[in-house]
Design a protein around this ligand. Structure first.
Ligand code: MG
Length: 368
């Protein structure tokens, strides 16, 4: 079968933001053009963000500044996913304590619920008594008294929903505590676990598919982080494209356990329209799988992966195992290297952490 453009056959995309469309204040190269082209091709392009603090309108404005054109119907925040889950579980108009940035209360109101903030006289028993749930999301102005009120409400029996549980959040000045850290602080007080709406849990992805009017299997999730974007896509039953423009590079990818492995790998969003060269893998000593492309036989202790004109070979076992990659384009070499490493690991030839010579080879291949 000839290689087809990756997006062929998909109804829509579910695109992560930081590390895919922008990195901090800067646009990611080629992202805006690729996303506009996807819309022009008739794809439903949805943006899915774990950041609950910003309302969808603010995300739309930010994207417009970067040259990416969309509207609020195509942006789904973890606050919206969390509010929608609560709306399924509660009576319409129920009072919910909104913890976090403005996006949290806005999402609750849009879902037909009645948000109260910790500042809304919640110390008044009459107000506190109406609170049947807590939606906890990220907010730059979050205070300790907000966390106290969340703990009191949960301890009194309120349903507890976290928008997401990312322990850290990248900021312009460095890595800061994310919503998951604040959720853990409340958890320490109440000795309970919340429900979670954001990635890597499926609800955010499921809501994107629903809004796009398609089945989960007709959407392609795109992300830069394995333990949120890709794990979430796998949990939701969605295919995924990992791009090398953000957090996780080839070492993380090659070291990934099965639930963290993406369906596809690209350098950046230009991968969407390019014909996708798949990978063929052969493991020595395995019946029926000792050749690649019907031409190269695999000998000795080798695992070989071929992608386009690139060929990656893992030789040996244990700490001395090596990875050699030649030929092909950068992306073909990356796909072949990752596939060969996964196959060698799944066959029990190597463990985690990966052998040092392989880590060095993977680092050298990483285009980031
Ligand atoms: Mg990201």
């Amino acid at each position: 079968m000839p290689d087809r453009p990756l997006v062929d056959g998909f109804r829509g995309l579910v695109v992560d933001l930081d590390g895919v469309v922008y990195r901090g204040p800067d646009p990611v190269a080629h992202a805006a053009d690729a996303l506009d082209a996807a819309v022009a091709d008739g794809l439903q392009v949805m943006y899915a963000t774990n950041n609950a603090g910003r309302p969808a309108d603010a995300v739309v404005e930010h994207l417009a500044e970067l040259g990416v054109h969309t509207n609020a119907d195509h942006v789904v925040t973890s606050a919206q996913a969390g509010a929608a889950l609560l709306a399924e579980q509660l009576d319409p108009g129920s009072t919910v304590l909104a913890i976090g940035g403005p996006g949290v209360a806005i999402a609750l109101r849009q879902a037909g619920l009645d948000p109260v903030s910790p500042q809304d006289r919640i110390d008044d028993p009459a107000v506190a008594g109406r609170v049947v749930a807590v939606l906890q999301g990220y907010g730059t102005e979050l205070s300790w008294s907000d966390l106290k009120e969340a703990a009191y409400a949960v301890a009194a029996g309120a349903t507890w929903m976290a928008t997401n549980v990312d322990l850290t959040i990248p900021t312009e000045r460095g890595i800061a505590p994310g919503n998951g850290s604040a959720v853990q602080a409340v958890g320490n007080a109440v000795q309970r676990e919340p429900q979670v709406a954001g990635k890597p849990h499926p609800p955010l992805y499921l809501m994107c598919a629903e809004r796009a009017g398609g089945e989960v299997t007709s959407m392609l999730a795109i992300g830069d982080r394995l333990d949120t974007d890709i794990e979430g896509a796998n949990a939701a039953g969605m295919q995924s494209l990992h791009v090398l423009t953000g957090v996780d590079g080839l070492v993380a990818l090659a070291s990934a356990d099965e639930q963290l492995r993406p369906t596809y790998l690209g350098l950046d969003l230009r991968a969407l329209r390019e014909p996708y060269a798949g990978v063929e893998v052969a493991v020595s000593g395995r019946a029926g799988k000792d050749s690649v492309d019907g031409r190269d036989s695999v000998d000795g202790d080798d695992v070989v992966a071929v992608c386009g004109d690139a060929r990656a070979t893992v030789s040996g076992r244990g700490d001395d195992a090596t990875l050699v990659v030649d030929g092909g384009a950068v992306v073909e070499r990356a796909r072949a290297a990752v596939a060969a490493t996964w196959a060698a690991r799944d066959d029990g030839r190597i463990g985690i952490p990966l052998p040092a010579p392989m880590l060095e080879a993977l680092d050298a291949l990483d285009p980031r």
